[in-house]
Design a protein around this ligand. Structure first.
Ligand code: NAD
Length: 375
């Protein structure tokens, strides 16, 4: 069988609305589900930028009853989700709108489905299945990175903050993803770098995943090209709207491709590194990516050569390293606070999930050796 005959699926939200200014359509979309809307948002930046009053105003003008839940914070943990569930049960909205970075989108996504299925995060980590659809959910990203507006999982940190793990179900895919790149104009440069690298690594890992196929490949290739071409521009000039638009598209493509093709070893390792050492998700992915590319090269030579070309370099590793150097991202694990004594824990906690889709199978010993070479 040729490359174009490979099995490839495309599961998506019921609607994706992309474009600068499309946030003006938010109330009209939410009203499809009823009159009572719960707006979930994160930190101060959303209120201070004037965006919260603008969005609430849109719902108000549409004659909707608006409730708000703010301060959901960074990297949601079990307690955050359980609190969000209590709020949703209390308000009983017809529709939930989660507007923020991946942390907010995941908080609202998890609450929307737990409310209709009962129980708590731990039950679903333990194998309980979601059987009922979630409360209608519209996800609106304000960072260009995770693609969580289209995915079927929510990444949650344990209550004792020792590990991060997803809950997942196709029933968790948001009903609508509304992606307005102008919402990302206020993202500060370090967050632009971290989130943009998450998008780039997602597209690279989905493109080279053992589950990749022609449909997702088309999107992933474009996502890599856009992130490679525009990330430094968005980092250097936050007001560069064209760069923000390209990065939002790359992020959306990363979400679609990860949902349908899976990821790989870099994402597997990023969870323990992120949670144990307080490293932002995309930064953790980027730090390990060059070594992962080197390891995976024999299985996906043609694709990695093409990634090098898309990044405007003579090979994918040089292209990727050149980019992260311009973004001030540390490459050595010790610069993230990791020592030899931490390696076994990172390996153990990276098992399962994304690692299953890596194009080359690997033992824990191999991964530990790779991490040692990255110290
Ligand atoms: P984030 O949501 O944690 O936000 C990072 C920071 O940026 C926060 O301080 C936030 O307040 C701020 N911010 C967000 N939007 C802003 C804006 N427009 N202007 C100014 N500041 C803004 O970061 P993220 O990278 O978007 O999300 C990371 C989380 O998403 C992690 O918990 C990660 O595990 C998870 N994740 C989920 C998926 C998924 O498919 N569900 C995929 C990848 C990552």
């Amino acid at each position: 069988m040729g490359e174009y005959g490979l099995k490839s699926t495309l599961i998506l939200p019921k609607q994706i609305l992309f474009g600068t200014g499309v946030r003006a359509d938010l109330a009209k979309l939410a009203k499809r589900f009823g009159n009572k809307v719960l707006l979930v948002y994160g930190g101060r930046s959303f209120a201070e930028s004037g965006m919260k009053s603008e969005v609430s105003g849109l719902f108000g003008q549409a004659g909707m009853e608006v409730y708000e839940m703010g301060g959901t914070g960074h990297d949601p943990d079990e307690d955050t989700i359980n609190r969000a569930v209590v709020t949703v049960l209390d308000i009983k909205p017809d529709c939930i709108v989660g507007i923020g970075g991946g942390s907010v989108i995941d908080t609202a996504k998890a609450a929307s489905i737990i409310v209709t299925n009962g129980g708590a995060v731990k039950d679903y980590w333990g194998g309980r299945k979601f059987v009922n659809p979630s409360i209608p959910y519209i996800a609106v990203p304000t960072t260009a990175g995770t693609g969580a507006e289209v995915t079927k999982n929510a990444v949650i940190t344990s209550a004792d903050k020792s590990y991060k793990k997803s809950i997942r179900s196709e029933l968790m895919i948001p009903d609508i993803a509304l992606v307005d790149p102008s919402l990302t104009l206020t993202v500060p440069p370090p967050v632009t770098a971290d989130t943009g690298l998450d998008a780039l690594v997602q597209n690279i890992e989905a493109y080279t995943s053992k589950n990749s196929g022609p449909i997702t490949d088309t999107l992933a290739r474009k996502g890599i090209e856009l992130a490679g071409r525009y990330l430094v521009r968005g980092f250097e000039d936050p007001a560069d709207l064209e760069a923000r638009e390209a990065l939002s598209l790359a992020s959306l493509y990363g979400g679609i491709t990860l949902l349908n093709a899976g990821l790989g070893l870099a994402h597997g390792l990023s969870h323990p590194i992120g949670i144990r050492f307080g490293v932002p998700h995309g930064r953790a992915c980027a730090a390990v990516m060059p070594k992962v590319m080197e390891y995976n090269y024999p299985a996906q030579k043609r694709k990695y050569d093409e990634i090098g070309m898309l990044l405007g370099a003579k090979n994918s590793i040089d292209g990727f390293i050149g980019l992260i150097e311009k973004l001030d991202i540390p490459r050595r694990l010790r610069l993230l606070g990791i020592t030899e004594a931490d390696l076994k824990t990172i390996v153990t906690e990276s098992r399962g999930g994304s690692r299953n889709y890596n194009p080359i199978p690997h033992t824990d010993e191999t991964v530990e050796k790779m991490l040692r070479e990255m110290l």
